[in-house]
Structure formats: C-alpha cells, structure tokens
Ligand binder design. Structure first.
Ligand code: A2P
Length: 339
C-alpha cells in the first residue's frame, strides 16, 4: 500500500454498517488522512472514536465532500441517490453500500475476490453488492472458475443487523419482553421477529419474489458477468443478531468432485473451509461474527441432478457483507493509484 494518505468520508457513520466501516478502516490500517463522519442532523453532537481519537459527527450536506478523495456510503438508497453523484462531482470516489446504483450498467458492482478486474472509477461511483450476494459469490467463485455454474438455488437465513441498528434493538426488546411474560410489539418488521422466521425481506414484487431475492439473481449475474446463470432465491429473516447463513444448491456445467471442491475452497481467497461433520464442525453465525472470511461447509453431492452440489455458507453480514467489502474495494483503488 502506498504511503499517501487518503481523505475519507463515512456517510451513515452512526449506523450499524457505517460504524463498522470506521472499525475496519482502523483495523486494516487503511491510510486515512482526514476523516469526516457524516449522518443526519439528528446525530450532530455525537462523537465517534477512530484510532483512539474523538471525531464529531457532522450533518451530511452538499458541500461535505470538498477536498476528499473517498466516500464510503451506507445511509440508504435515497441518501445515495441524492449525495453520491454530488460527491463524485467533487472528484471524490464513492463506494456505495446501498442498492441505488448496483444494477446501473455504467457502475461496477464489485467483490474483490471475484471481479476486481471490473473496478473502474470513470463514473465516480462503485457499488458494493447486497450482503447475501457477496458471501455467496465469494464461496462460488472457485467452483465457477473450475466447472462453470448453470443454476443456483439458494435459501438464506439472514440476521437482523442487516436491517440496521433499529432492528437489532427491536429483537433485543422482543426477547426481553417475551422472556418476562410480556407481549412483544414491533415497528421495524411486519411481524414479531423473536423466536420466528419471516420469509419476507424487502418489498414483494409482481413476480412473487421479494426485492432481496431478485437482488441475489441480478447481482450474481452482474458480478460473474454471466447472464446465463439461473438463480432462484428464498430470503428469510431469522432471529440472529449477526451473521447470514445460506443453503446453496448448485448445478455446475462440468463435473467436479466434492473432494476437488473442498481442495479449491481450502485455498480460495476470503474463504475458510469448516467441513468436518464427524467432529460436528460446520459454519455457524455465532462463529462468523467479527470475522472477515466467508465460512463454507456441509459440502456434499446433490444426487438429484447430474452435476449437483450442496453447500452451507456463513459470513458476518456487517463485515464481509458490507463494511469489509467496501474497504477492500477502497484498498484496490489505493493500490492502483485511482484515488
Ligand atoms: P442517523 O443516525 O443520524 O439517523 P442504520 O442502517 O443502522 O439504521 O443506519 C443508517 C445510517 O444512515 C445512520 O448513520 C443514519 O444517521 C444515516 N442516515 C439516515 N438518513 C439520513 C439522511 N437523510 N442524511 C444523512 N444520514 C442519514
């Protein structure tokens, strides 16, 4: 990494992902010069820590980006739609964690382990994919390269932290209330999330799928640059605080053995293979929290089709699924002298 310091803004710094972006910049010793922490007017007066130093949160405004080289956005799609182009006009490269630009043909959608060659700053904006897509494509990339992928059937078990800080608090409140014999109430989700599973993430679309499910279809094709991949997704919110789990069933284009897949995944970047069922070892969300690796296990043949495989994929949705992936993109920008 070069010595040059990069002046950075984190937009949505008080949120679950924004806060983690600050931690990850710190942990990975990203060469931060000036750091501006931006959020809504509600957060003015808050002070967040970076490398032991207090930094006051400022209100996001149109002139917030002057003189900065990098902005990491995680304040929702509406904020990104309005402010990311303004930041880009100021010459500040945006890595955007929202869904605002992911499917825009002019804007690269990047997971560094999978398609870092597609990084390009000509639009001034790079999109960070949806959390459930990121961990799936990290796990599938070595298999895609070795045997091609024809079709993916995925069911997710997604943590409440993916919805943001207020959802973490809603689950905590409900667990406490129900364990005390009181009624649970809810504002964030359409039903009680404690001790429940909701097969409903994002709005329902005319085709019967949810927005989250269609993100997995469309983003996977864009990241692999392969429109032929068939994807059917069912996305489920579960009462877990941190860590998304996924049951992934694939059909490869060419035969590949389970042993070969284990071998490929054991040396794949960003992947940790945990696959010793006889020792009761397999990935679990309580183990992934705080880690950057995507954990893969339960690899087995699907006997119902010719080239079928089943996998279980777990990752920290706030880290690799959001903050870490964004900072890794920024690291490539620094390495290539693009910021
Ligand atoms: P704030 O804390 O001031 O509301 P989460 O996804 O965890 O709920 O976090 C959302 C983040 O996006 C928070 O930092 C929040 O700031 C920020 N945010 C939401 N709306 C706006 C807005 N209109 N302008 C700037 N930041 C916003």
């Amino acid at each position: 990494m070069q010595d040059k310091a990069v002046d950075v803004a984190v937009v949505g710094a008080t949120g679950a992902v924004g806060n983690m972006m600050i931690r990850v910049l710190e942990e990975r010793s990203f060469p931060v010069g000036k750091l501006r922490l931006l959020a809504s007017a509600r957060s003015v007066g808050k002070v967040l820590s970076f490398h032991g130093r207090g930094i006051a949160v400022e209100e996001l405004r149109e002139d917030s980006f002057a003189g900065l080289q990098l902005a990491l956005f995680s304040a929702g799609a509406g904020v990104s739609r309005k402010f990311a182009p303004i930041a880009a006009q100021h010459g500040c490269v945006v890595v955007d964690n929202s869904s605002a630009f992911r499917m825009d043909a002019q804007i690269p959608l990047i997971v560094p382990e999978v398609n870092r060659e597609a990084i390009d700053v000509s639009s001034g904006i790079i999109a960070n994919p949806n959390c459930s897509t990121i961990q799936m494509v990290v796990a599938l990339k070595p298999i895609y390269d070795a045997a091609g992928i024809k079709r993916i059937i995925v069911t997710t078990f997604q943590a409440v932290s993916g919805t943001g800080q207020k959802a973490i608090e809603e689950l905590r409140r409900q667990v406490k209330a129900l364990n005390s014999g009181e009624q649970a109430s809810w504002q964030v989700y359409p039903h009680q999330i404690a001790f429940n599973c909701l097969p409903h993430i994002g709005a329902f679309l005319d085709n019967g799928y949810t927005e989250e499910e269609m993100k997995m279809v469309n983003e996977t094709r864009k990241i692999f640059n392969d429109e032929r991949i068939g994807v059917a997704a069912t996305t489920v919110r579960v009462p877990v605080y941190y860590g998304h789990s996924e049951s992934v069933n694939i059909e490869t284009r060419r035969p590949v053995t389970v042993d070969r897949v284990r071998q490929l995944l054991s040396s794949a970047p960003g992947v940790k293979l945990i696959d010793e069922p006889s020792e009761k070892l397999y990935p679990m969300p309580i183990d992934c929290a705080g880690q950057d690796d995507t954990l893969v296990g339960r690899i087995r043949k699907d006997p119902s089709v010719e080239n079928g495989l089943c996998l279980w994929v777990v990752a920290d949705n706030i880290r690799k699924g959001a903050a870490t992936n964004a900072v890794q993109i920024a690291e490539v920008l620094v390495e290539r002298g693009l910021i």
